[in-house]
Ligand binder design. Structure first.
Ligand SMILES: Nc1ncnc2c1ncn2[C@@H]1O[C@H](COP(=O)(O)OP(=O)(O)OP(=O)(O)O)[C@@H](O)[C@H]1O
Ligand SMILES: [Mg+2]
Length: 239
């Protein structure tokens, strides 16, 4: 088992954003995580990546208990993530942004730059390498975040709505990128609202609602599940 999260709770005061969620993930899977707005998907990612400390529950990654470890420890073990709203270093160039990730495994500048260039080519950002990160629009910033994450040479990559808000031409390119990342041997969990993307990318999906996993199966199975339909449409729609 690559990742084992059991009974994860994340409370903000009396409110449980994640309310007892489990996730078991085998190496080389590509799974989808869906659910209505506010279901707790990003908060669950934060728990998995060490950006938030779970209130309860246990997370094991590659056999190590990581529940209370900081994000840097997760990164060293091979977990990388992107954020729903891309976070890039505005005062740096595109290449320097990716080097920040590359320094994790390549402490020498020259090696980090070489790693960054390899990842920039892979992610289609090579031509923008010397531009300031501020020159990129939203699609470019999302791509840059993925590039920085890949530069850490992850075993597991968590993508939080990496395709949301992209124009349709960019969506195709992004689907292709996610596929190529997977084919390169990286295990992925993708949070995504566009069901068509989920159908095309994944064969196993978890559905979050009110901080819990309410359904799990193929994209076709979960979209036909009455509990999932009710969660998306609201209770009254199915009374
Ligand atoms: N730091 C925080 N303090 C208080 N409440 C929070 C905090 N972070 C998230 N929440 C709440 O937890 C719930 C889950 O939020 P989360 O962002 O994890 O949902 P999500 O499934 O990612 O939603 P979306 O699809 O809109 O991105 C929401 O009600 C949100 O307002
Ligand atoms: Mg979210």
């Amino acid at each position: 088992m690559l990742l084992e999260a059991r009974g994860i709770v994340k409370a903000f005061g009396a409110f449980h954003a994640v309310a007892g969620a489990d996730l078991l993930l085998e190496e080389s899977e590509l799974i989808g995580l869906i659910g209505p707005n506010g279901a707790g998907k990003s908060t669950f990612f934060n728990c998995l990546s060490g950006d938030a400390r779970p209130t309860a529950g246990t997370i094991r990654f590659r056999g190590t208990e990581v529940t209370a470890l900081p994000p840097a420890a997760h990164a060293r073990l091979g977990l990388a993530r992107t954020f729903q709203v891309p976070i890039v270093f505005d005062t740096m160039t595109v290449r320097e942004n990716v080097m920040v990730g590359a320094f994790l495994r390549h402490p020498h500048r020259r090696a980090a730059a070489a790693k960054a260039d390899e990842v920039l080519a892979f992610t289609g950002l090579a031509e923008q390498a010397n531009l300031p990160a501020t020159a990129l629009g939203t699609p470019g910033r999302k791509r840059l975040e993925i590039a920085r994450a890949l530069a850490t040479e992850p075993v597991l990559l968590l993508l939080d709505e990496a395709l949301a808000g992209l124009p349709s031409a960019e969506v195709e390119a992004a689907i292709d990128l996610v596929r190529r990342i997977h084919e390169s041997g990286v295990t992925l969990i993708v949070v995504e609202h566009i069901m068509e993307v989920i159908h095309r990318l994944t064969r196993r999906v978890l559905v979050f609602h009110q901080g819990r996993v309410i359904a799990e199966g193929t994209p076709a199975e979960v979209t036909a599940d009455p509990a999932v339909i009710t969660a998306y449409l609201g209770r009254r729609a199915h009374k």
